[in-house]
Design a protein around this ligand. Structure first.
Ligand code: SAM
Length: 242
């Protein structure tokens, strides 16, 4: 199952998606932190920290942060773990990883969620922040999550989900589809950064509904599969490996 249909204006076939996405984040990497910082009214770090605590990340846990990007989730996790020694950060983009390496002394792995070069039954906690739309298969990704988690290990996937109400959906589209990409260009003067944020919107717009994500999580044999919604916008998918 794809997280969204092929976006023909961006890449011609499903096979071409990973290279397209990789180029996008490699080129946008140097602007990513600034753009998401003001784009979410400087709440990103505190929200990530709050949600990690809410969902039970504990000191001594071995954490895998999939799609770590520039390390925004891992940085907050390190505050709870009181060290980055037990954090593994995985991402396919060399550009995003290069930025993350300047901020955190975790273990970094270049790779994709669908086929992770990591051992079975290794992690107590697995996070994925705002990247589910970029994988090529929900099933492959969730099977990998199941494989690398220890029995009893927890999964937390953070996403932004298009609201369903008419007015909120209109405002969401206006902000993420128009205002955010435009202001990104105004502040960075970078077409690549603007493109990254346009694609951010296009994938949110085309994304499968939450019920499909929950069904795919169930299919992999994960237990206690749930979705919590914060402010009608932020989806927190959680599950446990029995
Ligand atoms: C929007 S950024 C999210 C970064 C970070 N997790 C955060 O909370 O800000 C999406 C990240 O997903 C990564 N990504 C794209 N395709 C991926 C894949 N197939 N597997 C894992 N990560 C992927 C990108 O390279 C990028 O760093």
């Amino acid at each position: 199952m794809l997280p969204h249909p092929t976006l023909a204006d961006r890449y011609a076939t499903a096979e071409a998606k990973p290279a397209f996405v990789n180029r996008l984040f490699d080129h946008g990497a140097k602007h990513y932190d600034t753009v998401v910082d003001w784009g979410f009214l400087r709440t990103g770090a505190s929200y990530r920290l709050w949600t990690l605590r809410q969902h039970g990340l504990r000191p001594k846990d071995h954490l895998l942060d999939v799609a770590c990007g520039t390390g925004l989730v891992a940085l907050e996790a390190a505050k709870i773990l009181e060290t980055a020694d037990h954090i593994t950060c995985l991402d396919p983009s060399a550009g995003m990883l290069a930025v993350a390496r300047t901020k955190l002394s975790a273990h970094f792995v270049q790779g994709r969620a669908e086929a992770m070069p990591l051992a079975d039954n290794t992690f107590d906690f697995l996070t994925m922040g705002y990247a589910l739309r970029h994988v090529t298969s929900l099933e492959d990704t969730f099977c990998e999550f199941h494989r690398v988690l220890k029995p009893g290990g927890k999964l937390l996937i953070l996403e932004i989900t298009k609201p369903t109400g008419r007015i909120s959906a209109f405002l969401f589209r206006l902000y993420f589809g128009r205002i955010y990409p435009f202001l990104t260009w105004v502040f960075t003067r970078s077409n690549e950064a603007r493109d990254m944020m346009r694609y951010y919107w296009e994938t949110m717009d085309a994304c499968v509904p939450p019920a499909t994500v929950l069904a795919a999580l169930h299919l992999t044999g994960l237990s206690a599969v749930k979705r919590k919604v914060v402010l009608g916008l932020f989806s927190e998918y959680t599950a446990v490996k029995i």
